[in-house]
Design a protein around this ligand. Structure first.
Ligand SMILES: NC(=O)c1ccc[n+]([C@@H]2O[C@H](COP(=O)([O-])OP(=O)(O)OC[C@H]3O[C@@H](n4cnc5c(N)ncnc54)[C@H](O)[C@@H]3O)[C@@H](O)[C@H]2O)c1
Length: 412
């Protein structure tokens, strides 16, 4: 039985490890966080999503999964540790990837395969990771193999996408690519596209950059549309009926740990990026634009109280990583506004999360920053009754389409 050692029991590494463990691979899941490992040892998932707990139980029943804080010898190592963004240097921070590689190096044997799933800048495998792993005194592509297989599953639908999405696989040589393909074939139903390692690194970043640039275009179009008093949402919907047009949705900015970050991994090594950098800056400036809309509505009011609806970076999830809501809240506080927050999913945040009633009572303006489905059904009469001044900025166009005549609405 093939033995796999997965480093990083987070949102990506853990479900991936469990999918392998449920499909004929003997897996040890390694994390440096003892709390995560201890939780797994008691048979519980450290975080929840549909199907995760059942997958863990299935793996334990098959006796094909163990959690540990220590790396062990294995046939294949898979790295799924974080690659955060160094905001000061505008670069990928590779410290976790480097330390994961250093942890593996003493255990590398002839014939081993090391797969990197973490998102990394182009050439990271060839230049950085290779150098660390070759301290084992074994030669890459002769004695052992390295490949990149980027993860593109979406939080909230992780398992379905891990199984059904197409995947990109790029080895530093053909054998690495083939070994990686054979491993993922155990559970992936989508196509496996084989290419070079650097191409695979680049593709993952290109995909998220495409989306970031497209969102920036939508944001710029939204701002232009105001000049002509046009409903941008209707305009985009109709434009997208064209068979070759797919304009994304405007909004209060881009959050999460992929789309808002990956474009910088692509541009960190060049002076020649203008479009990608511009798009990043447009999207990062959107909280300022939303605040301008709020100012229009609360202008003249004394000590305005504003209510943020939604701090998760996207709808129907609890994840607040890199959420544009944080910048908006800090800007609003700087403006002297009192900010109250409601989010039906988020439990932990830099600011207190209130119940909807507490957040709405006495408010002068509700600002919708996340498209949680619940907001579609919101009772506008309740808002009119509870607010001090019934103003709304709906930056996600999610509130009921039937507008309440007693509420002043603005889009972005
Ligand atoms: N979450 C997503 O939706 C998503 C999607 C696509 C790609 N990615 C990429 O996948 C990678 C992992 O992301 P994530 O969301 O799973 O991260 P995460 O923060 O959820 O989990 C990472 C885990 O790695 C552990 N860790 C750190 N250093 C370690 C080491 N040396 N050895 C063992 N464990 C270590 C941490 O303790 C943590 O539990 C990142 O590069 C990310 O950009 C994530």
């Amino acid at each position: 039985m093939t033995k796999l050692c997965v480093l990083g029991m987070g949102y990506i590494g853990l479900p991936t490890a469990l999918l392998f463990a449920n499909n004929g691979i003997d897996v040890v899941g390694v994390d440096i966080n003892e709390r995560v490992v201890n939780t797994l040892k008691t048979g519980r998932m450290p975080f929840e999503e549909e199907g995760f707990q059942e997958l863990l139980e299935g793996a334990y029943q098959k006796k094909s999964f163990r959690a540990s804080t220590k790396v062990e010898e294995a046939d294949i190592f898979l790295i799924a540790v974080p690659t955060p963004f160094d905001a000061e240097l505008h670069m990928a921070d590779l410290k976790y990837v480097v330390s994961a590689c250093e942890m593996i190096t003493p255990y590398i044997k002839k014939g081993n395969l090391v797969i990197v799933e973490s998102t990394i800048p182009p050439k990271t495998c060839e230049k950085r990771i290779r150098k660390i792993l070759e301290k084992s005194n074994l030669k890459v592509s002769q004695d052992f193999y390295i490949s990149h297989c980027p993860e593109r599953a979406i939080p909230g639908n992780t398992l379905y996408e891990m199984i059904n999405n197409d995947r990109v696989i790029g080895g530093l040589n053909q054998k690495a690519t083939e070994l990686t393909r054979d491993l993922y074939s155990t559970f992936v139903k989508g196509e496996l596209y084989l290419t070079t390692c650097t191409t695979a690194e680049m593709i993952k970043l290109m995909e998220n950059t495409y989306r970031d640039v497209n969102i920036a275009l939508a944001n710029e179009l939204a701002m232009l549309a105001q000049e002509y008093n046009i409903n941008i949402w209707e305009a985009i919907d109709i434009a997208n009926k064209h068979p070759r047009v797919n304009i994304h949705r405007p909004g209060p900015g881009v959050g999460g740990h992929c789309i808002a970050i990956d474009p910088w991994f692509l541009t960190e090594n060049t002076n020649d990026s203008s479009l990608i950098t511009l798009a990043r800056n447009i999207n990062d400036s959107m909280p300022i634009h939303v605040l301008k809309k709020v100012k229009e509505l609360v202008n003249g009011l004394e000590n305005p109280v504003i209510t943020v609806f939604g701090v998760a970076y996207k709808g129907d999830i609890a994840d607040t990583r890199a959420t544009p809501a944080l910048k908006f809240i800090k800007l609003a506080e700087k403006e002297g506004y009192t900010v109250k927050i409601y989010d039906p999913f988020v439990k932990e945040f830099e600011y207190p999360i209130l119940s909807m009633e507490e957040a709405v009572e006495g408010s002068d303006c509700i600002v919708v920053l996340t498209d949680h489905s619940e907001f579609r059904e919101i009772d506008s009469d309740f808002l009119v009754c509870e607010m001090r001044n019934p103003n709304v900025v709906d930056s996600k166009n999610i509130l009921p389409k039937q507008k309440n005549p007693f509420i002043n609405y603005l889009s972005i």
